[in-house]
Design a protein around this ligand. Structure first.
Ligand code: IVH
Length: 721
């Protein structure tokens, strides 16, 4: 790492300049990808889980502070996500690259300078670029053999994407057959799939009236519409396309560039029948380039689609070839980003929101203001540190920013406009709830939490709201406002109370806005949820850090509610006796078998296990779970129908080495779908070890322990695929 990069790496997120933040974002994304590879592919992690988490947190911190730096392929968007199931993978013949960013005119000037220096151009030689609007969609690569569309792939991680050939086939503006007679043997055409504003609005209206979920923005809508396993859904969605780049190009057995210049390439694309952005322009020098950027900036609001900047590409392809690439972006192109939409307004007050887990989030209450077409009256202030950094006070004039579908944030305070006599904001030391419990700072010092747990009325309401929501118990007819009103009037305090509401059915029927029928419907809806699967039950409790997939992993491991709860209490008791840092591998030896077992459940780990036992260390939480267990019938974990007939159901398997037919993530997901447990290390309890290429110590250990070792092909034969 260079000295400058090291300084940046040591600078706290809230002190980074935007340029430093962008560099640091790129460095972190690369580092995280490298560690992902070491962990998942090579089985050879170099850093602890905690250090890995710290990298991710820093990246998320940067993206929260500069939302417009969030890249569509950021590791932060892949939290817990597995490669989407169902689509085959396609390895790109040439990687699909990303672009370096410029934010200010000087950055663009430096780009031109770098290019001149690299090529050693004499003073009189002008550098022509082609400038194209940067469409905010998703990029795809379309492979044509002898002029016929053969395969289409999403960008994926740049090296490997998903096969969306059938979906692309439904987009009428993409030619299935190239027009004209100037057709290469093979050409990969690359470009952006996107959705027009009008089409987006109409789609959301249709979705809403059909009771389906609507999309947050046109980009999400485009991505969600393309990546549909049911192609008829893609066909019903209005997707558009602009072509702008190429991947592999081969003719008469020779690999070559498909054109001598970017401008000529765009012409060739038009000739073949592709839509090409009509705003693309060749700019003869830096001044013309910047003028184009300003012109597009002014027209941006009136364009029928979202753009987030302008891309400049060196026009001459021979120069492009000499310039080549640095890591994952070309030296011959750069994206000049538009600033996120900003506006000035007055901050009336700072409100404190209390979340389900007690985190106190300060929220700016603003004089409503129009930011890029959306009225904004609230913006997040993130946490106490952020308020201190900004020194923001009620009455201040502030600059707010809104980027895409991200929550608006307060960027800066116009100190000159500050009214007289204001004082720095003092973050409350007590929860704003009627109990006014003291607030505690978390270890990392940033998040302040109300220490009241379930006793805090605000948390009670938030947890109840979560408890009845779709992802949890999914109780129909008991929305947020009902929860608040019932809670206020003493009908509800804990989740268990919901299952006792039936005794008050008559009373509910007489409440304002209710009637006999609706009260009966509510009771029936609650009754229908009295029986619940273990994984849903665990998820619904709202234990910090336990989301849907972790809840499922817990259910798979402990199978029955009683066993699960007893084991959690055992883990908690063991952990109360042993404080301090422990490693996952040593959890059993150093803390105890209960805690060790918990830490070794797929995708848990010491941090999550600690959160879980910490939750149960609060007595009232134990009471709440006990009370709920008495009200509902929890179904033991049941393997799916696919798993029921599977020979590997209930077996513990370990994958090691490099798999060739599928990625590690896919192999794991498939095994789990068939009811197998996928473990990270080999023990006497392991049933199968599946070895890929270059398998190391795990394969040896399996042999020592007499565990069955299978090749990838033997495994696939065993599971019948
Ligand atoms: S050129 C090596 N041109 O921006 C060239 N990209 O940050 C790579 N994008 O993944 C891409 N409009 O999804 C190029 N006119 C345009 C673009 C464009 C949008 C997206 C594309 C790419 C991302 C790079």
């Amino acid at each position: 790492m260079s000295r400058a990069a090291k300084v940046v790496a040591d600078t706290p997120v809230d002190q980074l300049t935007r340029r430093q933040a962008d560099k640091e974002r790129a460095r972190l994304a690369k580092e995280i990808a490298r560690h992902d590879g070491l962990y998942h592919r090579d089985d050879a992690p170099e850093i602890s889980d905690a250090d890995y988490d710290a990298l991710r947190r820093r990246l998320t911190g940067i993206e929260a502070r500069f939302p417009d730096l969030l890249e569509p392929d950021s590791p932060s968007l892949k939290v817990g996500a597995r490669p989407a199931q169902g689509f085959a993978k396609i390895v790109h013949a040439r990687p699909m690259l990303s672009l370096d960013n410029a934010f200010a005119d000087v950055d663009v000037g430096e780009f031109f300078e770098r290019v001149r220096r690299f090529l050693g151009l004499p003073a009189g030689e002008e550098v022509v670029v082609v400038a194209e609007p940067k469409i905010d969609g998703l990029s795809v690569s379309l492979r044509y053999g002898k002029g016929m569309l053969e395969r289409a792939a999403t960008r994926g991680d740049g090296a490997e994407g998903e096969d969306v050939t059938a979906n692309i086939g439904t987009i009428s503006s993409i030619p299935a057959k190239l027009l004209g007679d100037d057709i290469p043997d093979v050409v990969e055409v690359r470009g952006e799939i996107f959705m027009n504003h009008a089409d987006f609005i109409a789609l959301n209206l249709r979705q809403e009236s059909a009771g389906e979920k609507s999309f947050a923005n046109p980009r999400n809508a485009a991505a969600g519409s393309l990546r549909q396993l049911d192609v008829s859904i893609t066909a019903s969605r209005p997707l558009s396309f602009f072509a702008y780049a190429w991947g592999e190009h081969r003719h008469d057995g020779v690999e070559s560039a498909p054109a001598a210049s970017q401008a000529a390439w765009l012409d060739r694309l038009r000739g073949w029948g592709f839509p090409v952005n009509p705003l693309a322009r060749a700019c003869p020098d830096l001044a013309a380039t910047l003028a184009f950027y300003r012109d597009i900036g002014e027209r941006r609001a009136g364009l029928p689609y979202d753009i987030d900047g302008v891309v400049y590409k060196i026009d001459r392809v021979d120069w492009q070839e000499r310039l080549g690439f640095v890591s994952r972006s070309p030296r011959w192109a750069i994206a000049h980003k538009f600033p996120a939409e900003r506006a000035r307004t007055i901050l009336r007050d700072i409100a404190i929101q209390v979340g389900r887990t007690g985190a106190l989030t300060p929220v700016a209450e603003l004089e409503p203001v129009n930011v890029g077409g959306v009225m904004v009256s609230r913006a997040t202030l993130h946490n106490a540190d952020e308020i201190a950094r900004l020194d923001v006070r009620p009455g201040d004039t502030v600059v707010i920013q809104r980027a895409g579908d991200v929550i608006p944030q307060v960027l800066e305070v116009i100190v000159e406009s500050r009214p007289e006599g204001t004082q720095p904001y003092a973050f409350p030391s007590h929860c704003p709830c009627p109990l006014s419990t003291p607030v505690a700072a978390e270890e990392d010092g940033v998040v302040r939490r109300c220490s009241g747990g379930y006793e805090c009325p605000f948390q009670q309401v938030e947890r109840l709201r979560y408890f009845v929501s779709r992802g949890a118990f999914d109780i129909e007819g008991l929305g947020g406002t009902h929860i608040e009103n019932f809670w206020r009037d003493g009908l509800l305090k804990t989740p268990g109370d919901i299952f006792r509401l039936h005794v008050r059915q008559a009373e509910i029927g007489k409440r304002e806005g209710w009637g006999e029928q609706s009260a009966a419907n509510l009771v029936a809806a609650i009754e229908s949820r009295r029986e619940i699967a273990l994984e849903r039950f665990i998820g619904a409790i709202g234990i910090p850090s336990i989301g849907e997939s972790t809840a499922k992993a817990l259910a798979r491991e402990y199978v029955e509610a009683g066993v699960w709860f007893d084991e959690m209490l055992r883990a908690r008791d063991e952990r109360t006796l042993v404080a301090g840092v422990v490693k996952k591998e040593k959890a059993t030896a150093e803390v105890g078998p209960g805690f060790g077992r918990l830490c070794n459940v797929a995708d848990i780990g010491v941090t999550t296990a600690d959160r879980l036992v910490g939750f149960l260390a609060e007595g009232h939480n134990v009471e709440i779970v006990r009370d709920l267990l008495a009200e509902v019938r929890v179904q033991p974990y049941r393997v799916s129908a696919a798993a029921a007939g599977s020979v590997v159901a209930g077996k513990t398997v370990v994958f090691t080495g490099t798999l060739e037919k599928v990625t590690r993530g896919e192999a794991k997901a498939r095994a789990e779908a068939l009811g197998a447990k996928v473990a990270g290390s080999v023990s006497a309890r392991t049933d199968y070890v599946i070895v890929g290429a270059d398998a190391g110590s795990k394969a040896r250990k399996a042999q020592e322990l007499g565990v069955r070792v299978l090749t990838e092909d033997e495994w696939l034969a065993l599971i019948g695929s």
